[in-house]
Write a protein that binds this ligand. Sequence first.
Ligand code: MTE
Ligand code: MO
Length: 483
Amino acid sequence: MSRRRERGIQAVAAGVAGVAGSYAVGGFTPGFVPATIATAITRHSPDAVIRFAITVLGDLGRQLAVVAGFLLAVALFAGIAGGALAVGRRLDADPLAVPLAGGGIFAATTTLGSGAGAALAAAVAAILPLAVPPLTARVPSERVSPARRRTLGTVGSALATVWVGIESGVLSGPALPSRAVSDPAVRDRLDEAEAKSLDVSGLEPLVSTDFYRVDASIAAPQTTRAEWSLSVTGEVENELDLDFATVTEMDSEERFVTLRCVGDGLDDEKMDTALWTVVPVSEILDHAGVTDAGSHVMLRAADDYYQEFPVEVLDSAVLAYRMNGRPLPRGHGFPVRALVPGHWGEINVKWLEEIEILDREAEGYWEKRGWHGTGPVHTVAKIETTSREGATQTVAGHAYAGTRGISAVEVSTDGGETWSEATLSEPLPGDDVWRQWAFEYEPSGSHEVVARAREADGTLQPEERTEPYPSGATGWDTEEIER
Ligand SMILES: Nc1nc2c(c(=O)[nH]1)N[C@H]1C(S)=C(S)[C@@H](COP(=O)(O)O)O[C@H]1N2
Ligand SMILES: [Mo]
């Protein structure tokens, strides 16, 4: 093999090893270099691309960004290592490549925004495929040629780093919340939700088994309860800085809250419900004392996400620190998130760190990108499952109207000519939680099913269909049923 080709393999091995090294430090956290790059891609992509990724690709969009971030990180490290090897060759001082590559990778990684720990681990791991081959070449052997021994050193050191990276990255990740739910108050509520869920095959129960996620960044921030604090700043008499114990010692409540993303289309699955352990934000604000000038609020989070809305809306907001009886999962805002019942998901800020009271309006993260998603949700009745057993057709789904509540779901099996009332699941406590609906009938041929919701006061859900962007999807859901 030519020395040139050998250096190419060394450079790629250094790229892979560097990425593994940054993973070793914390697993899939914002410091992981591919995550840093993927987040940078999403933050700098045109708004239309991001919109497409969220509304059309969903989770696939995130995965594509991670894959792109991974390839770019390997390419970046390999490029630096390759450059360092070439310089060493030029100057006839091969060992010089090691410090050059290490320094270059450390500098590039910190510039991208990874912490010093992850940058150092990336740099140290990446130089192994450069430093080890000259050593393995010296191992005396009669059967294996020196070139062979160098290549074994290159590939072996890269594989060893990947192995160590995966092992320690997985281990250093946050401990998974314990599975057991011991709190009887939680158990009772979850049992109640199970008992009230309609028995329709394929229909998600009232407490979601697969809760959607929408994130502005690729890797969820990692905070410990000990490090976390919540500050209350801006237009207040007393600025506050509360730690986790102070927040969770307040009188708490087990509460069902439904979340729906403003980017959720009628056929998407970005609407879900969980039981959350919550404390009221209003009590915290009473301590802080909002000044007369305080008119709006900006919620800020550990992932540099921020959302703004009128300060009165905080009256009904809560802070959640458990989800279905377990500590908040990292992806859903560990250790503490905001919930604003009945409002679009985007202002339910995860990884909450600051409540800043403002004396004027401002734009939130998604509003800067053209969305209007800080207000109350639109009313929706989704057709989620259709199934046929013998002559009987069943259609079913969930309906949600935020704090306006659902009083009925009506179904048409003739494209909207005539309407019948569907069965609704018994309401869960709180008038702002979604309901399930189901309808059975005996169709005579192919037809169109239409579903529409009525709010608690009888108001009919508007018929006009609009796309999620920019203000949330509207309209009656329809489904063609073939005979
Ligand atoms: N800090 C932070 N909070 C956030 C987001 C985010 O990207 N960062 N996404 C928001 C959006 S757009 C929605 S729809 C909800 C989704 O909450 P979930 O991921 O727990 O389902 O979180 C909101 N809170
Ligand atoms: Mo959202």
